[in-house]
Design a protein around this ligand. Structure first.
Ligand SMILES: *Cc1c(COP(=O)(O)O)cnc(C)c1O
Length: 437
């Protein structure tokens, strides 16, 4: 057993902006205390000094509640756990104000895992009607095969929610802001409704709230503090930050860590070590710096778009015209409590009807795809470069065209995910595109 680290600093009085640079500073997950940047631990398997140590390692795995938190881990095999992922997980839990985080190969891996551990055949999920396309597909194409049904509802309207929650409901699932239209869901109010319902439920019947916080990133919103039970992330997006690595994470209470680990072990959506290292070394430590700049730029770009005569509407939480401005102002805040409206804008070009808007938006995107220096036509978000895409044709193409409006998605809607460019340069390119439609 490795000796405990001698140096321990009281880290509690430092700000989160500094914390995301240092993480735990001295981690129990790493025994080489002289590296300033943790080395990449690229080893699928780990040498065991004795059979006894091997047995102890297997005993330790997914036995979180019985472990001494300061005990040095015994690593066995990458799919069970290894230093880089474990360190990243400690830091992700910290930044989301959760007790524990488990990483996955992708955001979809994390979402599958949380829904996988919370449901069984016969259970129901209640989800907001507007969701990332692959999450929608998971809920409608795959989970029904295991007799897990999803009810899609408008969770921006809480009056009807109580009547939708049957005794089989185990999960309320949503994104806030939602992908792609930025619907904002009142996390505190939903948590209060679930709390009331759970008063009369046994442990195995409990209803859990799962929030996909990918759009906001923990810099702009911490759903666990607002009452959610789980946060899921695509680390591929804002936390990874540079579009170089895929990853996912589930963050929540410690009591769920073992199930999340066991699910990952057996389903196999394990985050690769090199990606864990990159996200831990570059992505997360630069999150506050990147997001504070991205927010300033997004505000300017959203205001420019809103003032443009050819723009039909702009959804962005800092705009006074935004439908959920007050709610967003209340629940989307940075670590110091300032309004943090995020880096995603959803807008459409004007047209006589949905078909014309869709055609004009496509023309606009085709133009910028070739002629803009700063706008890249590509899916994904939270990249260093600003990415523009058409949800109806791309990220949300799993939704049939005649169902788009019902799902809250304007067929001509354009999703703009702001990067690190200077705002004026983005506006220059947007102006050029708007001039030709
Ligand atoms: C991209 C995305 C996901 C899926 O993440 P992957 O890392 O691509 O699997 C889930 N939710 C939201 C909101 C996303 O934008």
């Amino acid at each position: 057993m490795a000796k405990k680290k001698a140096q321990k600093v009281d880290e509690s009085s430092y700000s989160m902006e500094t914390h995301i640079l240092y993480g735990k500073n001295f981690s129990d997950k790493w025994d080489y205390s002289h590296h300033v940047t943790a080395p990449i631990s690229s080893s699928t398997t780990f040498r065991l000094d004795s059979v006894e140590r091997g047995a102890a390692g297997f005993m330790q795995f997914a036995n979180t509640l019985n472990l001494d938190p300061d005990e040095a881990p015994i690593f066995i095999y990458d799919r069970l756990g290894e230093p880089n992922k474990d360190m990243l997980e400690e830091n992700l839990a910290d930044v989301e104000r959760g007790e524990t985080a488990v990483s996955y190969a992708t955001g979809m891996g994390a979402i599958s895992a949380v829904l996988g551990i919370l449901t069984r055949s016969g259970d129901e999920i209640i989800a907001h009607k507007t969701l990332y396309g692959c999450t929608f597909s998971l809920l409608t194409n795959w989970l029904p095969r295991y007799n897990i049904k999803t009810l899609m509802a408008d969770l921006t309207d809480l009056k009807s929610l109580n009547s939708l929650i049957t005794s089989a409901a185990r999960v309320i699932y949503f994104e806030s802001p939602a992908n792609p239209n930025l619907d904002i869901i009142d996390i505190r109010s939903i948590a209060a409704i679930a709390k009331e319902i759970n008063k009369n439920r046994t442990e195995s019947e409990k209803l859990y709230i799962v929030v996909d916080n990918t759009f906001a990133t923990p810099y702009c919103q911490r759903p666990l503090e607002l009452g959610a039970d789980f946060v899921v992330h695509s680390l591929t997006k804002g936390i990874g930050g540079f579009g170089a690595d895929m990853g996912g994470a589930a963050i929540g209470r410690k009591e769920f860590r073992d199930l999340l680990l066991l699910y990952r072990k057996d389903m196999g959506a394990v985050l690769n070590t090199k990606s864990a290292w990159a996200i831990m070394t570059y992505g997360l430590p630069s999150l506050a710096l990147r997001m504070s700049k991205i927010i300033q730029t997004s505000i300017k770009v959203a205001e420019f778009l809103e003032s443009h005569p050819k723009v039909h509407f702009v959804n962005y939480p800092s705009l006074k015209s935004f439908k959920w401005y007050d709610l967003a102002r209340d629940q989307m805040t940075d670590f110091d409590g300032n309004f943090a409206p995020g880096g995603i804008i959803f807008f459409s070009i004007k047209g006589k009807n949905a078909d014309e808007r869709r055609a004009k938006s496509s023309k606009f995107m085709d133009y910028v795809a070739v002629n803009a220096y700063t706008l890249t036509l590509a899916v994904s978000l939270g990249h260093s470069r600003t990415l523009i895409e058409h949800p109806a044709s791309m990220t949300h193409s799993v939704i049939p065209a005649d169902k788009l409006l019902e799902k809250g998605i304007e067929p001509g809607g354009i999703r703009l995910a702001i990067g690190l460019e200077k705002a004026d340069d983005l506006i220059l390119d947007l102006k050029k595109g708007l001039a030709i439609v």
